[in-house]
Design a protein around this ligand. Structure first.
Ligand code: GTP
Length: 298
């Protein structure tokens, strides 16, 4: 070893004294634990640099604080402890701390009818911040579903009625003939358009929550929509899915309202913003609806 000490540039004074809102690292790879599953995640970790005269923050201290996430289940309390460590290790430099974690939650989903199941991935981000000593946790969840246009369904139905009138004009109706007609191409000569759609849910969580209720929120959203995209599918499942779509015809406004009411019912939710995107097959553009809500303070 030589007698030289390592230069510490971060500890130097800044040439331009100016505080910064967010300084840290983005895209840090790390494993996390959610609902007993070890998931691959990436994290953005940062603090405010309120001492404008300081050259830099101490990146390694934020990085090392993330070790807390390796072994313990991810909870609001754990997120808060990580943020507190960010601030403790930047005393005199930083007042606010931020952590964003991106992962895919994997849930095993049963088929609608057949005794099969498959995995479905839900992109999720978990954002925690300690700002002005206030702790906030926000969950962002993407849920994909199918939406069949109610207007298109009504128009298709009208064409089927018209075809029925044409085909049975002046013919006495026989049960057998009608049944055969219903099973023919004319019995469904027009079909409504439907599309793969997505709901982007941004949920501000009640910070007192002991856990991150990701599965519960996803389940509630899918139940409200009624047409979540499927995993393992046999013909019996596809038929059940066709029925579910027919029973849940949805404009983007309908989907947004259903989700709004479902999210409001959850005690874990303090506020939310939701956006539904119907990637229209009728148009080359999307139909989109948004809604937001904040719980009245008790
Ligand atoms: N602040 C800052 N550090 C950076 C940046 N890019 C890379 N680093 C490096 O991050 C490394 C870790 O920084 P520190 O946490 O200050 O490391 P350290 O001084 O050995 O650790 P402490 O003794 O705890 O302060 C250093 O080698 C920096 O050069 C940057 O843009 N800003």
């Amino acid at each position: 070893m030589n007698a030289l000490t390592l230069p510490d540039i971060a500890a130097q004074a800044s040439r331009q004294a100016l505080p910064l809102d967010w300084v840290g690292m983005c895209g840090i790879a790390l494993p996390i634990l959610i609902d007993g599953q070890r998931l691959t995640a990436t994290a953005d970790a940062g603090v405010s640099l309120d001492d404008g005269t300081a050259r830099g923050i101490h990146m390694s201290r934020l990085y090392l604080a993330l070790e807390m996430l390796d072994q313990q289940p991810l909870t609001p309390a754990l997120l808060r402890n990580v943020l507190l460590r960010f601030l403790d290790s930047h005393e005199g430099l930083s007042k606010n701390a931020y952590l964003r974690i991106y992962t895919d939650v994997l849930l095993k989903r049963p088929a609608l009818v057949s005794p099969l199941a498959g995995w479905k991935g839900y992109p999720v981000s978990i954002e925690a911040r300690l700002e002005n000593q206030m702790f906030h946790v926000e969950l962002k969840i993407d849920v994909t579903y199918s939406s069949t246009c109610p207007c298109s369904a009504a128009l298709a139905r009208q064409l089927i009625q018209q075809q029925f009138l044409d085909d049975f004009a002046n013919i006495p109706l026989q049960h057998e003939d009608v049944l055969t007609w219903l099973g023919s191409a004319n019995g469904i000569l027009a079909t409504p358009h439907s599309q793969r759609s997505s709901a982007q849910l941004s949920i501000q969580l009640d910070e007192q929550q002991p856990d991150l209720p990701l599965t519960e929120l996803i389940d509630n959203a899918e139940a409200a929509l009624g047409t979540a995209v499927q995993t393992a599918v046999k013909r019996a499942d596809e038929q059940a899915f066709a029925l579910a779509n027919g029973q849940n015809l949805m404009f983007c406004e309908d989907a947004a309202r259903r989700l709004h009411l479902a999210l409001k019912r959850s005690d874990a939710v303090k506020a939310f913003h939701l956006k539904v995107i119907h990637a229209e097959s009728l148009h080359a553009h999307d139909a989109v609806a948004e809604s937001r809500w904040t719980r009245d303070p008790a």
